[in-house]
Write a protein that binds this ligand. Sequence first.
Ligand code: SAM
Length: 432
Amino acid sequence: MRQKGKSFKLKIEKLVYGGKGLGRLNGKAVFVPQVAPGDLIVAEETARKSGYSEARVVKLLERSRARTRPRCPHFGRCGGCDWQHIKYPEQVKAKKLIVEENLQKIGKIKKPNVDEVIPSPSPWNYRNRAQIKVKNGRVGFYAKNSHNVVEVERCPLLKEDIEGIFPKLKELLRELPTEPAEFHIYSSGKDEVLLKIVFQGRFKRFELPLERVREILGVNLVGYGIYRTGREGYPERIEFFGRDFTYEPVGKFKFRVSADSFFQVNRFQVGNLIEKVAKVAAEHQYMLAGDLYCGVGTLTIPVGRYVHRAFGIESNFWAVSDALYNKDINGLRNVQFFCRETEEGLKIVREFSPDLVIVDPPRSGLNEKIIRTLANLPRLKRIVYVSCNPATLARDIATFHRYGVNMERAKVLDMFPQTYHVETIAYLRKVK
Ligand SMILES: C[S@@+](CC[C@H](N)C(=O)[O-])C[C@H]1O[C@@H](n2cnc3c(N)ncnc32)[C@H](O)[C@@H]1O
């Protein structure tokens, strides 16, 4: 049995990155999950760390006006969401504060210029994909801080055609000779669904006709694949049945996206992201734009319309193959793509010598070598840094600053309603 920690009254001041609320006990920070700014609670300490404590809510004494009723019955146990108990406009406010604080504390910018957040046009049914966990016949998502699977019947964050897919996946389980570890489901803007069945370790081979899987799932399934968790934790493709790609129409653009390529998860915000990035190219005259971590060319292609030449660098083979195809279907002849890890591609970046650079790295951000190379490009004028992690963004902005590239302003785009995750576009400029 867990030993009882000490209890105390706590006023929650604000929400922090990671989703918890922050209160102070005798000046010391206390982090509490599932609270709202303005709550007065009785908290019980669950862990003491150097300089701060963690606690849980024992009793809610005064309810914050930011609170609302969570839509999903699994909220609180399911690890997918953090903030369903907080009204959407308050979530948006909290995200702006989080970005500002990271830029101040880690980025060392005294008064960061952060624009109003662009909220998601809908805070529900926005996600086009999910990694659904399977364990001992249960289908759902991992519980918070655990690998136990919380059974879910529907997920209100997912697109309407796939939000209720869970019982159907359970039905599919009955036809598989081995229990998979995960189902990855993706429904594109054309409502075409791709499914990956991911096994861990040994499994029996099977061949279920695509029509049968489509019939069970009751969605417009265009293809499904059998995968095995590879050495680096990513699913490796074994076999695919049917079509292994779909299309994403975004405004005047169209992107082919393969089952193994990245595409932005919030279907309502992709157009806004493209617009806010491409606007930089549209407003200034740049010769050459480089897009690092370019995926299927989601940003390279729109930016390519406003510059003489553009190039993208991306490590995923499937994404590069999509990007090369996408430049053709979007009628661009001035765009090139290279399949490289960014670090390996720095030679290409130096050779092209772009005056505009876009980076959209994974959560880990950039490293000093990449930053130094970009900052030292002789023709560089601007960098647009798209980030899904405000802490690594702020760290990298501090490094850019040391190399003479400063952040002018930032924009927060809410890609991930009901969660603490936040997407930021930072606009940087080289100072001579
Ligand atoms: C956040 S996504 C951005 C994709 C694209 N900008 C978009 O908006 O769709 C990051 C991309 O970086 C790629 N990636 C991850 N690590 C990489 C690396 N070391 N070098 C190059 N690309 C990498 C991933 O495959 C993914 O496509």
